[in-house]
Design a binder for this molecule. Structure first.
Ligand code: FE2
Length: 342
C-alpha cells in the first residue's frame, strides 16, 4: 500500500483522520491548534524582527537606596536561613534572574563570623568587591582575601564558600550567567557535606582567578586619551569564561566616551567618580557604587562629572555572543559584524 501526502482533496474537503472539513483559513488555524500546531505567518515579524529587540530596559540600582535593605537583611535574615544573602538586581521588564536578558547581577552580604556554605554549580560567577574588610572566598581549596575593587572568578563546577572575619559587613557585586539556564535547563548545583570546603590561604597577587584593582587601574592609567577600556583576560590572552567578560574603563573628568551599541548587553558598576550615561532615550545619573545596565543594541554614551576621574567596572556576554556568531558592534569605526561568507 502506498501513502499519499495529499490526504485532502483540492478543496480541502476533509482531514483524513477526524473527517473535519477544512475549508477556510479559520478552519486551518482552529484545527491546527487542536494538534498543537500554529501558523507562523501572523507572527513572522515578532520572531524575525529587523533588529535586536531586548525585553530589558536601561535601569539603575543606586547603592544608597538598596544598601539599607541589604544591611537590614544582615540583621534579620540569619545565616541558616539564607544559603546566600543576596538582593538580586532585577530588570523591571522581566520576572526571574534577569538584570539584562542574558546577565544576572546581585548584591551579596556576609556578616562577621558567618559562612556562606560550600557549593558548586554549572553557572560561572564573578565577584566585584564593593566594601568591607576581612572577607574571603575559598574556591576549590584556595582561600583568597577580598579587597575593594578586586575581581574574583569562580569558574564552573568549583567548590566555593565565602566567609568573614573582623567587624562590619562585606558586600560585593555578584555576576553570573543565570539567565542562560532559563533557556537551557542544564544547571547542576551540588552542596558540600561540610559548611566549608578545606582550603589554604593563597596570595591574591599570584592567583590566576584574582584581578587586583591596583593592577587594572595602573593599566588603564597607562593608556593615553580621555577614555580607556581594558578587558580582564587570562594569562594566555583568552576570555576568563565562555559566557561572561569583565572589563574596566577610565573616563577623565568632564569627558565622554564615544557613542556605541553592541549586540552584547552589559552591566556597569561605578568604582569611583560620578557622571551620567545616555542609554537610548534615557539619561541615568550615577555615582560611586551604583550599578546600571545597558540592554543589547541600545546606543550608549558615558560622561564623567567634574573633579574626579571616573573608573567603571563592567561585565558583558561577549564570549558567548561572539562564539555563536551574533556579535555586531556599531561605533566610531562603523559597523563590525561577524559574516559567514561562503
Ligand atoms: Fe555559588
Amino acid at each position: 500500500m502506498t501513502m499519499s501526502l495529499n490526504a485532502s482533496t483540492p478543496n480541502g474537503a476533509f482531514n483524513g483522520i477526524n473527517r473535519k472539513k477544512i475549508e477556510t483559513v479559520d478552519d486551518v488555524i482552529r484545527g491546527a491548534e487542536e494538534h498543537n500546531a500554529v501558523p507562523l505567518w501572523p507572527q513572522m515579524v515578532k520572531f524575525n524582527p529587523p533588529q535586536p529587540n531586548p525585553k530589558c530596559v536601561p535601569q539603575i540600582w543606586r547603592y544608597d537606596e538598596v544598601r539599607p535593605y541589604l544591611a537590614r537583611a544582615g540583621e534579620l535574615v540569619k545565616e541558616k536561613d539564607a544559603e546566600r544573602r543576596v538582593l538580586m538586581l532585577i530588570n523591571s521588564q522581566r520576572e526571574g534572574p534577569y538584570t539584562t536578558d542574558t546577565l544576572y547581577a546581585g548584591l551579596q552580604l556576609v556578616m562577621p563570623n558567618e559562612t556562606a556554605p560550600a557549593h558548586r554549580h554549572t553557572a560561572f560567577a564573578m565577584r566585584f568587591i564593593i566594601e568591607g574588610n576581612g572577607g574571603f572566598t575559598a574556591i576549590h581549596g584556595k582561600r583568597i582575601q577580598m579587597n575593594h575593587g578586586d575581581v574574583i572568578l569562580t569558574p564552573t563546577w568549583n567548590w566555593h564558600d565565602h566567609g568573614k572575619d573582623g567587624s562590619g559587613p562585606m558586600i560585593w557585586l555578584d555576576a553570573l550567567d543565570l539567565p542562560l539556564f532559563q533557556f537551557f535547563p542544564v544547571h547542576f548545583v551540588e552542596h558540600f557535606k561540610e559548611k566549608r570546603y578545606p582550603a589554604e590561604d593563597v596570595n591574591a597577587e599570584e592567583s590566576p582567578i584574582v584581578f587586583p584593582w591596583a593592577r587594572m587601574r595602573k593599566e588603564l592609567d597607562g593608556v593615553g586619551g580621555d577614555w580607556a577600556k581594558k578587558e580582564y583576560r587570562r594569562a594566555d590572552g583568552g576570555y576568563v569564561s565562555k559566557t561572561l567578560n569583565p572589563s574596566a574603563e577610565r573616563i577623565n573628568s568632564h569627558k565622554s566616551t564615544p557613542i556605541r551599541r553592541e549586540t552584547t548587553s552589559c552591566v556597569y558598576h561605578v568604582i569611583s567618580g560620578s557622571g551620567e550615561s545616555r542609554i537610548g532615550e534615557k539619561v541615568l545619573g550615577w555615582k560611586k557604587s551604583d550599578t546600571f545596565c545597558v540592554p543589547s543594541w541600545y546606543p550608549y554614551q558615558h560622561t564623567a562629572g567634574g573633579g574626579e576621574t571616573v573608573y567603571l567596572y563592567r561585565f558583558d556576554d561577549k564570549p558567548m555572543i561572539e562564539a555563536l556568531g551574533f556579535y555586531v558592534e556599531e561605533g566610531p569605526n562603523g559597523v563590525v559584524r561577524d559574516e559567514n561568507k561562503l
